[in-house]
Write a protein that binds this ligand. Structure first.
Ligand code: AMP
Ligand code: ZN
Length: 116
């Protein structure tokens, strides 16, 4: 579950095989702009390790998940978002997940938004 998946688009972004507009990178987490933004600011926070969905996490991922969530306010501030933001994790088919590498959407900026 944690080895890179050769068919996973986000693993390819982590590996630098597909370009992305990065806003943050550390040992555990990568953050980049969504290619089809729903809001003036729309970034994706992903773990560098391949975890397919939030439903595949356990208590061993507590620190990673905490880090992903706590990055959101800091990055929104850095990106000039000052009036609130929305965080979303789509999980599995009924959750509307399209890319099966865990990711948290963070949306911000003045409304109206294209979606959400
Ligand atoms: P979800 O429906 O939660 O799985 O969302 C997947 C998100 O990944 C969508 O908002 C896509 O626009 C975004 N996405 C897919 N491919 C890329 C890419 N190469 N670079 C940036 N964002 C992407
Ligand atoms: Zn992956």
């Amino acid at each position: 579950m944690t080895t890179p998946d050769p068919d996973c688009i986000f693993c390819k972004i982590v590996a630098g095989q597909i370009p992305s507009k990065k806003v943050h990178e550390d040992d555990d987490v990568l953050v980049f702009h969504d290619i089809h933004p729903w809001a003036p600011v729309h970034v994706l926070v992903i773990p560098k390790q391949h975890i397919a969905t939030l439903a595949d996490t356990g208590s061993e991922h507590d620190a990673l998940l905490g880090k992903m969530l706590s990055l959101a306010p800091r990055l929104m501030k850095q990106l000039g978002v000052s009036n609130g933001f929305r965080t979303v994790v789509n999980t599995g088919p009924d959750g509307g997940q399209e890319v099966y590498h865990l990711h948290m959407h963070v949306f911000g900026g003045p409304r109206p938004w294209a979606r959400g």
